[in-house]
Every structure is written in C-alpha cells, then in structure tokens.
Ligand binder design. Structure first.
Ligand code: ADP
Ligand code: MG
Ligand code: MG
Length: 247
C-alpha cells in the first residue's frame, strides 16, 4: 500500500490553484516522479472534491506519449497525493515567456502533438476543458504532455449538449495564436474579452503566415459545429508543411 514514507521529497516543481507539486523519488526502486499534493480542507472549501476524484479516475486510465501519466494515488488524514510522471522540462508556458513567441515550425510541431493527444482523449470520450500553456508540460526530449485533468469530463450520451469536445478545439485555436503571437487573441478585461469573443473581434499580426492564419480562423469559430475537426487539423497545410505526422 502506498504512503508518503515511501518517497523522498525533492524540490518544488510548481503550484496551481489547489495543487503543490514536488519532485519525488520512490525509495525502494529509485523511480523519479512528481508528487501532486492536495489539501483536503482546501478541496472542501473550494467544493472540488468531486473534481479531484474525476481527475484521478480519468487520468489513471490514459496512456499516450503526449498525455501525462498518473501512476497512482494515496492519502493521509489531511492530504491527497497524486503520483505523476515527471515532466523534465516543466511548463511550456515558461518556455513561451522566455522565447516571447515560437517560430512557426516549432509552434506547428507543438500543435501537431496537442492534436494527437486530443484525438486520443476524445476517442476515449475525455474532454479536457482546461487546455492552456500552464497545463501543458514538456518532457526531457522536448515533447509535449497534456496535464491537469482537474476540469476534465467523460462525455456520456445525455450530456452531449453540455460537454462537447469541440471546446478543446477552441482552446487549440487560442493556443495556436498564443504560440505564434506570444499573447492570447482576446486578451482584455473580463467583460471586454467576453464581448470581443462574441464579436469575433481578433486581429492576427502580419508576421503570422497565411497558412497559420487560416488554421487559427478555422479553429476560432464561434459555432462549435462549424469549427474544424482534429483530423482536419492534422491534414491542414500549415501542419503538414512543418511536421512528420505524429500519432
Ligand atoms: P492545479 O490543478 O492546482 O492547477 P497542476 O497539476 O496544474 O495543479 O500543477 C501545478 C503546476 O505544477 C503546473 O502548472 C506545473 O508548473 C507543475 N507541475 C505539475 N505537474 C508536474 C509534473 N508532472 N512535472 C513537472 N512539473 C509539474
Ligand atoms: Mg493547473
Ligand atoms: Mg487542476
């Protein structure tokens, strides 16, 4: 049975709204992992115990090179611990801030990996719903890992209209823009952001190539039914041009 004493705890890797994540080593095997610590009292105050249960149930069943593994979990009286795959190069967000924006070939390769991961998730009826640079981690070889399944949902028949996987495609459009431009497309005050999205009020700077611009415009379509599909993203000229197809 798993317990905290089995791990040697190392440096802090990051912090989200509820989770604090540490580098850790399983003592007997020497296995390096990341330990996400959630305080039960904070989960209760935030009313998100159910969400954490979902995070565990969903993420434990996923196996894809571009999806962060969840190996197991345990708890003590005060805390819940998630044993996660260690992403050696940390948050993609930090790389984006450092480079300001990514060159097109790099952005396209990241988007292709995201698309492969989302295709896998959607095939398993998992909708992530919290795709953003802070929740995209990078492995030691520079490969992308989708993480933080705290807002994810399993799509079941009756909930089709409420939890549609097309939300992840909107986020993919926002992400493509952010990778290429260095800031989010509708960045403004919350009220204005809302208004600008509703009006489709977005300007793409002129340094973005016509192919990339075309993909962004096809993803950031208000009507979810008219947004392009993951397969169409994989076949899009901008992706094809820069990538050897990643499954
Ligand atoms: P929250 O659910 O509170 O947002 P996250 O799971 O997103 O928590 O983790 C918070 C932060 O910790 C991440 O944004 C990232 O910087 C870091 N982190 C999380 N998991 C790992 C990991 N497996 N490897 C490296 N860093 C991680
Ligand atoms: Mg997070
Ligand atoms: Mg979370």
């Amino acid at each position: 049975k798993l317990h905290l004493g089995m791990f040697e705890i190392g440096k802090a890797l990051g912090k989200g709204k509820f989770g604090r994540v540490y580098l850790a080593k399983e003592r007997s095997s020497g296995f390096i992992c990341a330990l996400k610590v959630l305080h039960k009292s904070e989960l209760q105050q935030g009313g998100i115990q159910k969400q954490v249960r979902r995070e565990i149930e969903i993420q434990s069943n996923l196996r894809h090179p571009n999806v962060l593994r969840l190996f197991g979990h345990f708890h003590d009286s005060k805390r819940i611990f998630l044993i996660l795959e260690f992403a050696g190069k940390g948050e993609l967000y930090k790389h984006l801030r450092k480079e300001h924006r990514f060159p097109e070939w790099k952005a396209a390769q990241y988007i292709a990996q995201m698309t492969a991961a989302l295709k896998y998730l959607h095939k398993k009826h998992v909708i992530h719903r919290d795709i953003k640079p802070e929740n995209i981690l990078m492995g030691i070889h520079g490969e992308i890992k989708i993480s933080d399944f705290g807002w994810s949902m399993l799509k079941s028949g009756s909930q089709d209209n409420f939890y549609n996987e097309k939300v992840d495609l909107w986020s993919l459009g926002v992400l493509t823009y952010e990778f290429l431009v260095g800031e989010a497309p509708f960045e403004d005050t919350p009220v204005m952001t809302h208004r600008r999205i509703a009006r489709g009020d977005m300007t793409i700077p002129s340094f973005v190539s016509p192919e990339a611009r075309d993909l962004i415009k096809k993803l950031l379509v208000l009507d979810p039914e008219k947004r392009i599909s993951l397969v169409e993203v994989q076949q899009h000229p901008w992706i094809v041009k820069h990538c050897i197809k990643a499954e």
